[in-house]
Design a binder for this molecule. Sequence first.
Ligand code: GAR
Length: 190
Amino acid sequence: MHQLVVFASGKGSNVQAILDYFQSPDKVRIALIVCNNPEAGVLDIAKTRQIPVQLIDRNAFRDPGFVEKLRSYSPSLLVLAGFLWKVPDNVVQAFPGRIINIHPALLPKYGGKGMYGQHVHQAVVAAGEKESGITIHYVNEHYDEGGAILQARCTLVAEDTHESLASRIHKLEHYFFPRTIEFLLDNLTE
Ligand code: GAR
């Protein structure tokens, strides 16, 4: 059985997609949701599904005790699903090759600090891009710079707004994120 620790601070539609995909908690389950926003929609999902939540502030995130807390769940993967803070170096180093993030653009384009959620889609539309997409990648010490695991693309049309693009990107995310997680879990090396 694989345990995931999921970091999420938004609406949580990707968390919902992961829960919907992994129906059998005997194979894969979300053991803990880490969140920095007490108002986040993902907390309603956690409540409904009775998933433990750890609310953190920036100090708690850096506290060495936090790594111990994460280790106590023996996570196969740490999954950033709409989490906006940079992961502290001590956490990255404690779980080498085990932390992944989803980003709503084709990195290295439209990545880095401040590039999240609708800010990404607004920038893509404003630049007149003909395509965008998603990047699922390993997390390293640098924001949005870890090795890419999977990219999936979509086309933009002239009428696209950041809302219509966001909705298309979410569909890509909901399809590919759970399947990528499953692929990684099936191919983990000890
Ligand atoms: C997702 O589109 C994800 O790619 C993005 O936040 C959204 C969260 O949506 N992440 C980033 O922008 C990270 N830089 P959700 O809360 O509905 O899953």
